[in-house]
Design a protein around this ligand. Structure first.
Ligand SMILES: [Zn+2]
Length: 63
């Protein structure tokens, strides 16, 4: 429970979504991405997750 409260408090302060990249100095946006994986033969697996996007990798993420 204490963990959840801590996370909620972080969200309320906006800490989670306002990190700055130490390389380009841009604010890092959290973006939900879904990648397909060709690992399985009969089915395509989807890898889903949140990725931090800034100037450094936005071209790769949005490609
Ligand atoms: Zn960057």
């Amino acid at each position: 429970m204490a963990k959840d409260q801590s996370f909620a408090a972080k969200l309320a302060r906006g800490d989670v979504f306002h990190d700055k990249c130490s390389v380009c100095g841009e604010t890092i946006s959290m973006v939900k991405v879904v990648d397909t994986e060709d690992g399985a033969k009969d089915s395509v697996r989807f890898k889903e997750g949140m990725v931090g996007v800034c100037k450094c990798n936005e071209k790769e993420v949005y490609a």
